[in-house]
Design a protein around this ligand. Structure first.
Ligand SMILES: N[C@@H](CCC[C@H](N)C(=O)O)C(=O)O
Length: 283
């Protein structure tokens, strides 16, 4: 089967073209594809399928032609993936499956329809406005860190590190603990340090993330949006622009009254053929 590999600020994905929804994609196959030693290696899989051809998106087919069928590296589903959506749009354009017509390109996801704009190397996606809804805690290496629960289609817990705790020193080879009563379906945990605003931004954060279903990644787009909402709240603002520096680069988050824009580079780096039957047999 044909595949493409792409990434957005180091958050990497295997894209599988399956326009008519004929591929029998299973959690085991996704985990095998994402295995960095035995498979292609990625933080997740993006199946490129027509919205009308997938049961999770058929109801959105009138609004968007394509459905981003996103899977985490462990084979679980997630409702939304901000970097994945940006890479998915790059794939559609490079493969002439969609044309940038000046207006934003609609894309169906499990969290509804999002819209994308492409400007040179940057792909921006407009998602729902992050909802800051609760306080909770994460535990990591003997520390209990206060955090803020944020929903942007998928769940996040944003923890601002207290003085004396170094972002670089956190051991994210181990999953952080969280309260399952607040996050019954699991959570993506962001650890941040507030910095001075840069360029034309209202706030700036340094972030590392432990993603539900994918462990530590170099970047998380929805996580950056959650961080942006918390940084603006902490700056006493409701809307604004936040630069979020992740290990894989910089994302720019613009929170408006009704939505949230995520911008940054999105690139395709390879195409090839993968023998799914060999992977399935090894899974
Ligand atoms: N890396 C993504 C988020 C992917 C989904 C996440 N792991 C979850 O389970 O919610 C992004 O860029 O937003």
């Amino acid at each position: 089967m044909e595949f493409t590999k792409g990434h957005g600020t180091g958050n990497d994905f295997v894209l599988l073209p399956d326009p008519d929804g004929q591929l029998d994609l299973t959690p085991e196959l996704v985990a095998a594809l994402c295995d960095r030693r035995r498979g292609i290696g990625a933080d997740g899989v993006l199946r490129v399928v027509r919205a009308a051809k997938h049961p999770d998106s058929a109801g959105l087919a009138g609004e968007a032609e394509w459905f981003m069928d996103y899977w985490n590296a462990d084979g679980s589903f997630a409702e939304m993936c901000g970097n994945g959506a940006r890479v998915f749009v790059r794939y559609l354009l490079d493969n002439e499956l969609a044309t940038p017509v000046g207006a934003a390109l609609p894309l169906a996801t499990r969290a509804g329809v999002v819209r994308a704009l492409v400007e040179g190397d940057a792909v921006s996606v407009e998602m729902r406005r992050p909802q800051v809804y609760d306080a909770s805690t994460a535990t990591l290496g003997g520390l209990t860190l206060p955090g803020t629960a944020v929903d942007i289609g998928n769940p996040h817990l944003v923890c601002v590190l207290p003085a004396g705790v170094e972002l670089a020193a956190l051991d994210l080879t181990v999953a952080p603990g969280f309260d399952p009563e607040v996050f019954p379906a699991g959570v993506n945990v962001e650890f941040i340090v507030a910095g001075d605003p840069v360029d034309a931004t209202d706030a700036h954060s340094l972030m590392r993330v432990y993603e539900r279903g994918s462990a530590e990644t170099l970047s998380c787009g929805t996580g950056a949006c959650a961080v942006g909402a918390v940084a603006l709240r902490d700056a006493g603002r409701d809307t604004g622009v936040v630069a979020v520096d992740v290990p894989g680069g910089r994302l720019t988050v613009t929170v408006t009254e009704n939505s949230c824009w995520l911008s940054g580079p999105a690139v395709l780096v390879a195409t090839g053929e993968v023998d799914l039957s060999t992977l399935s047999a090894a899974a």
